[in-house]
Design a protein around this ligand. Structure first.
Ligand code: PSU
Ligand code: MN
Length: 319
């Protein structure tokens, strides 16, 4: 395990640190989807399939979680399995919660915000998840810190849009205000997680991993800009759910949450569990498909970005 200069609360698996130092392709993965987003044993199978998809695309997967008071970038197989088995017993940790988990020697499943922060510290520029958090429906004061942290860090988050349980128009507006570049990957509309389109047009879209890498390289290296990019990658056609079915299930889940007074951190996991129950696990199958697909695309983007970084290094040397 390697530490980041000066940061004793974060350790990086040696294999990951070496790959990053050599400019090799690495993709960060989060752990809240494992501990809180999916039921055991599907969660473990999905976590492993995600890591395998990153590898198949030519990159190294680095799953992030807090283990015994340290943020770990690149969980060992046994650590990943323990996290999946413990599921919701492991606290859901956003970026603001990291200090508590580390300071009090706890464990934690990292959300998009916490994982984005850790990836950036480890020098990892590409991160794959299922769907980012955003502005909750009905309560536009409940905004995931995912959005703010994505605005701050030089990380490209590959996501199937934002989770359809959210207010998608408001989530897109907030991303715009924060200056997060939202790039559609082979789509002209913001994807709606379980379905491919939302009716919300995107200003920018690209069709290949190499184009994504050129945009990332322009933003961060050639222009020296800070801040993140959301690569919105729609669920594969064959895995997409029927829109009317999932919309009705979401309405029912939101109603159940409001009846039960479920709020805050518990809301997203509650809604996902309700959807799994009412769709007879069809939502879980779709979530798996989109998460694995995001990992394949993220792996390809990281590989292309690695090539550009190498070219830039060579050009500098020959100057
Ligand atoms: N993507 C999934 N399932 C999930 C999540 C993402 O397919 O469970 C998690 C992510 O970790 C994201 C979190 O950061 O849900 C959002 O939670 P909140 O709305 O409380 O910020
Ligand atoms: Mn919230």
């Amino acid at each position: 395990m390697t530490a980041v200069a000066g940061l004793t609360g974060l350790r990086i698996a040696t294999e990951i640190a070496s790959a990053v130092a050599a400019g090799g392709p690495v993709v960060a993965l989060e752990s809240t989807i494992v501990a809180h987003g999916l039921p055991f044993p599907d969660n473990l199978e999905v976590a492993r399939a995600c890591e395998a998809a990153v590898r198949a695309a030519g990159a190294l997967p680095a799953t992030v979680a807090v283990v015994a008071g340290e943020v770990v970038v690149g969980l060992a197989a046994a650590e990943l399995e323990a996290l999946a088995r413990r599921g919701r017993e492991v606290p859901k940790v956003g970026a603001a919660d990291l200090a508590v988990a580390v300071g009090l020697s706890g464990d934690g499943a990292t959300t998009v915000s916490a994982t984005t922060w850790a990836a950036a510290r480890a020098g990892i520029r590409v991160f794959a998840t299922g769907g980012i958090g955003g502005v909750h429906r009905g309560d536009d004061a409940d905004v995931s810190s995912d959005l703010r942290v994505m605005a701050d860090e030089q990380v490209c988050v590959v996501s199937a849009g934002a989770k359809a349980i959210l207010d998608l128009p408001r989530t897109l507006e907030r991303l715009e205000t924060l200056g997060v570049l939202v790039l559609g990957f082979g789509c002209a509309e913001f994807p709606a997680f379980y379905t491919r389109s939302s009716g919300l047009p995107l200003e920018h879209h690209v069709d290949t991993p190499s184009q994504v890498a050129r945009v990332l390289d322009a933003r961060w290296r050639r222009l020296g800009m800070k801040g993140g990019v959301l690569l919105a990658n729609p669920i594969p056609e064959a895995a997409a759910l029927d829109r009317a079915e999932i919309d009705a299930a979401i309405e029912a889940a939101l109603e159940a949450a409001s009846q039960g007074g479920v709020k805050g951190k518990a809301l997203t996991p509650f809604l996902l569990a309700e959807l799994a129950r009412t769709t007879g696990s069809r939502s879980v199958v779709a979530n798996r498909a989109l998460a694995v697909h995001n990992c394949s695309v993220a792996g390809a983007v990281a590989s292309e970005l690695g090539k550009l970084a190498l070219l830039a290094r060579k050009a500098k040397l020959s100057r």
